[in-house]
Design a protein around this ligand. Sequence first.
Ligand SMILES: [Fe+2]
Length: 238
Amino acid sequence: MKLGILGDIHGNIEALKAVCETAVLQKVDKLYHLGDVGGYAPFVNEVVDFLVEHKIEGVQGNYDEAVGNNKEHCGCRYENPLQEEMAALAFEWTKKHASGKSKEYMRSLPFEIAFSCHGRTVKIFHATPLKNNLYWHQDRKDKFFLEMADKAKAGILIYGHTHIPYRRDVDGKVFINAGSVGKPKDGDTRACLTLVECLPEGVKTDFIRAPYDLERVASAIGESGLPVYFAERVREGK
Ligand SMILES: [Fe+2]
């Protein structure tokens, strides 16, 4: 079975449509999203409607938990005061503009999805098996990876949150960060679609990048009242 994984969409409907079109071309059997459906771009309600309409299952991100429950803070971490200020504005904007239906959808998302594949347990979650806002980058020690596999009780772990895709294999366990559909931070502006194929002989992974109409999203950010700071980030892939 070929899975298509959609990491952090963050209100970017154009990027979401682009990866879904790519998934059809790639003959993906099933799509999952990794949460954080709103924030930073203005199409939070369109993204939720699209996911519901296309029956794309997914898990709850820290942003979904915070917006869905009208929390004070999104649980994000910031690298500098400007980023913190801009992110706070985007968070307030999203809480104000997400519909009741969208918030209900965010609240209803499960923390994780689990299934088995050729005798191995696959777990899908937003950031880590226990916390939805911890940044799990590729350069963490092997010990951390194995602890997470232990907590998840899984051999194949799929997650996002950092917006930077990678795969690492540690002691036969497979760790896949699916990057981000709507707000990549690896310098590549294209939306990321992560393919995961579980086969009897092993797991195949492919990170496919789908171009989309960046300028439409960038100008919509500017017109929506969201900080233009995020239009610049979309143009830079940062
Ligand atoms: Fe995110």
